[in-house]
Design a binder for this molecule. Structure first.
Ligand code: DC
Length: 229
């Protein structure tokens, strides 16, 4: 039997393994994967390069809002996986740096930035058959998504994961700095006025602090099968 195509929204805190989980699920079910955080990171990189944002949390909202029509973001599929493109330039590696991590939350709190990214994300989901991960996918971008998951884990577990990830990429950062950045971003993401990070009422709550990847995969596939029946 042909399964119906749905939209899968995976939201939650940073470094919960959301992206890894969303990417894998997309591969298993043959859907397209979209990393919405990468889009905000690309805007933050643009803002940093043009002196419209810095790493201590200030953003020139007016200039950034005016610059938005000139910021084109999309994804390119390559043998190395999906690459985030900013005005035609591959910025996939640069957007994962600590510098961008420090600038991104205030940039993502700018209403005009959120509206522009939400529009783009909704266009990407027009034909369904996508897995999108982020903070507000199940609440704002696709409130009617057929499958919603909200992922969480303790701050220490998440900081350890992000620290190991940065170390593996030879990007310098101390564990304490990573933990502090993560807490700071959680706070900004949860308290911003425009679509704050929160669980959609109909999202499945997944705390993976003490879950193996296999257990998590099995759980997600079970939910997927239920929702596409
Ligand atoms: O998931 P991430 O760490 O790559 O996200 C980067 C930042 O972008 C994070 O501070 C939250 C923000 N973000 C958002 O506001 N809305 C989304 N849908 C995705 C990310």
């Amino acid at each position: 039997m042909e399964h119906k195509k749905i939209i899968i929204a995976i939201d939650g805190y940073s470094s919960t393994g959301k992206s890894t989980m969303a990417k894998k699920l997309a591969r298993q079910v043959g859907y397209r994967y979209i990393d919405s955080g990468a889009m905000y990171r690309a805007v933050a990189l643009y803002a940093l390069r043009h002196g419209m944002a810095d790493t201590v949390g200030s953003v020139d909202e007016a200039r950034l809002t005016a610059a938005l029509p000139g910021i084109a973001i999309d994804f390119k599929v390559t043998p190395d996986g999906q690459r985030t493109m900013l005005n035609g330039e591959d910025v996939e590696n640069e957007i994962r740096s600590m510098t961008v991590s420090q600038a991104v939350s205030p940039v993502a709190a700018v209403a005009a930035v959120r509206h522009a990214m939400t529009d783009l994300q909704q266009q990407m989901g027009r034909e369904k058959g996508i897995v999108m991960d982020g903070r507000d996918i199940g609440t704002t971008v696709f409130p009617d998504a057929e499958m919603k998951v909200f992922v969480t884990a303790s701050a220490e577990t998440r900081a350890r994961r992000r620290f190991d990830e940065l170390k593996a990429k030879n990007m310098n950062a101390g564990y304490d700095e990573v933990l502090a950045n993560l807490r700071e971003r959680d706070h900004i993401d949860e308290t911003r006025a425009e679509s704050p990070l929160r669980k959609a009422a109909d999202a499945f709550m997944l705390d993976n602090s003490d879950m193996t990847l296999d257990e998590q995969d099995a759980l997600l596939l079970r939910i997927f099968n239920e929702r596409t029946r």
